[in-house]
Design a binder for this molecule. Structure first.
Ligand code: PEP
Length: 252
């Protein structure tokens, strides 16, 4: 089965609403025809509305970078899936390694957030990946399996059909050190295998993105691996020409 590639831009804590709006106006003409790849932008929360206004009427999706698992309540500082959907988001990133590393995200909170995303009509982009220490200790496989079982173990196959996963080796995020296509391909095959055991036929519909120092000059080789269905892009998504070149590589 052929899955349509997806390229998502994670802007992390960069760009004010006006900077984000200006950036999207510069980016749109560079992206060319939509259709052969889905494109999703994940600005910081305060910029979502400004970006949503510019994206309206385009095929480009909007994503939150995180959400809280309750829909509303006395949870100072949190943003719910209901709020993301109301502002125009169709996607939400869950379990990014920076959330796991700095903000106490666990597999259990990932599972609760995935449920909240589906409940609010959002497509979760769920991140999983091993640290350098885990890779060097030969723990890549068990780390990935633990994250998948913990975060997605109770998901129904019906919901899983629209799920997006992102394999993001922590040692490759923001470091300029990219996984080789072989290393990424092995991890993606392992994830696809777990998805097939867990969700049977639905597994073939689930897109698995690679994330970790994807740049215009390595994107094509990574995206040519059969189980790599696009990318989650951090640093290189902050410049319009480099992000557009990565989207072009996914369409090729
Ligand atoms: C990310 O933040 O998800 C990411 C992959 O970052 P970078 O592309 O900068 O490594």
């Amino acid at each position: 089965m052929s899955r349509r590639p997806l390229v998502a831009a994670n802007w992390k804590m960069y760009k004010t609403p006006s900077e984000a709006a200006e950036f999207v106006r510069e980016l749109l003409p560079l992206l060319g025809e939509s259709g052969r790849a889905d494109v999703v932008l994940a600005p910081p929360f305060p910029a979502l509305e400004a970006v949503a206004r510019i994206l309206s009427g385009t095929q480009i999706g909007l994503s939150g970078q995180d959400l809280y698992w309750e829909d509303e309540g006395a949870f100072t500082g949190q943003v719910s899936g209901r709020m993301l959907a109301a502002v125009g988001c169709g996607y939400v990133i869950i379990g990014h390694s920076e959330r796991r590393q700095f903000f106490g995200e666990t597999d259990e909170t990932v599972a609760r957030k995935v449920d909240a995303a589906y409940r609010n009509g959002l497509t979760p982009i769920v991140c999983a990946g091993e640290t350098l220490e885990q890779r060097e200790a030969g723990e890549t496989e068990c780390t990935l399996l633990r994250q998948l079982n913990g975060g997605l173990g109770s998901l129904s196959a019906d919901r899983a059909r629209t799920l997006v996963l992102a394999y993001e080796p922590v040692w490759a995020i923001g470091t300029g050190r990219t996984a080789t296509p072989e290393i990424a391909g092995e991890a993606h095959a392992l994830i696809r295998n777990w998805l097939s055991r867990r969700f049977e036929g639905a597994a073939e519909e689930i897109r698995i993105l690679y994330g970790g120092s994807v740049k215009p000059d390595n994107a094509r080789a990574l995206f040519s691996i059969p189980d790599i269905d696009g990318g989650l892009i951090g640093g290189a998504s902050l410049k319009a020409d480099s992000f557009a070149a990565i989207v072009a590589a996914a369409k090729a």
